[in-house]
Design a protein around this ligand. Sequence first.
Ligand SMILES: NC(=O)c1ccc[n+]([C@@H]2O[C@H](COP(=O)([O-])OP(=O)(O)OC[C@H]3O[C@@H](n4cnc5c(N)ncnc54)[C@H](OP(=O)(O)O)[C@@H]3O)[C@@H](O)[C@H]2O)c1
Length: 301
Amino acid sequence: MNNIRVKLVLIDDILSAGYITRISPYIYKFVNRYLKHISNISAETTYVLHIPCQTFSMAFENLSRYNFVKTPPDVLFRKDCCYVVVCGLTGLSWEKVNFIASSGAGEVVSLSRRSIDVNLQNEVDKVSKRTQCRIRALSTDITMLDDLRRVFQEISETTNFKIKGIFQGAGILRDTLSSRMNERQLHNVLKPKILGTWNLHLVSREYPLDYFVMHSSMTSVMGNIGQSNYGAANAFMDCLSHFRQLNGLCGQSINWGPLEVGMLKNNTSTEQILKDQGYFPLSVSDIFTCLRKIFIVTQFK
Ligand SMILES: NC(=O)c1ccc[n+]([C@@H]2O[C@H](COP(=O)([O-])OP(=O)(O)OC[C@H]3O[C@@H](n4cnc5c(N)ncnc54)[C@H](OP(=O)(O)O)[C@@H]3O)[C@@H](O)[C@H]2O)c1
């Protein structure tokens, strides 16, 4: 047999400092060559060898069980619907509030532990006026189920719209090597993403949603030194998205790389470590492009 190419990728190499930066020119060349080549590939002469692997089986084999539903970009968010954004007053979720409001939503409700101050309220009012979308902020802690149920009840009683989306943006970093990690550093990171997300899942069952979106990280797929707690917390959300889809519910978990907003914004040391590995933060306009692509494809069983 001719034309057999084997690309061997060692995970230890990938995770070593500076590796991605060093090899990115080769990856770029390879992908370019491959993309040119792929248009000439014919189904009769090309075979793809599948090597059994647990990680791949979870990510890809089940895809045949899902139906992909594509929504036209101009009706992603509806004027007669309300969308709940957890932690919508900060970072990535604030950008998402902007995105959803600008994309035609009737109402966006932000849920945060912190209460809104005057400056932030002014910003919210500006976006609300510009987009003709009602935006309000309510206080709750998503890790407390009763509190969360109460706030959803309050939203239902005070809106004229149907609740059609939940966007989970709570998260925290407490980076440290596993060997030095104490219980508090572990639980602080796991709580909002595991307990908080599970509570949102329980509450969401009362609403026929179009979106249940979670902000995960590439750390749950690739790992990262000092982030075993954060990786585990995000991996839970990735699994929950599969679980929801297999139960006929919407569910998406986005494995973001570094972003120019939110938790990395003033964290120059982590940002530098990621840059040394070849990961450069996405700008707000890149984030919006990604969100548009992600929201267009929702999955149901
Ligand atoms: N920025 C990035 O580069 C990046 C990359 C990959 C994934 N993500 C994910 O994107 C999401 C948003 O992050 P961000 O970058 O926008 O950071 P951020 O601005 O720090 O937002 C995180 C939010 O999580 C809330 N939170 C933390 N612990 C909580 C808890 N126990 N219960 C309820 N809320 C809690 C914080 O609320 P308080 O103000 O009340 O503490 C804060 O508003 C996170 O899930 C993060 O893991 C971000």
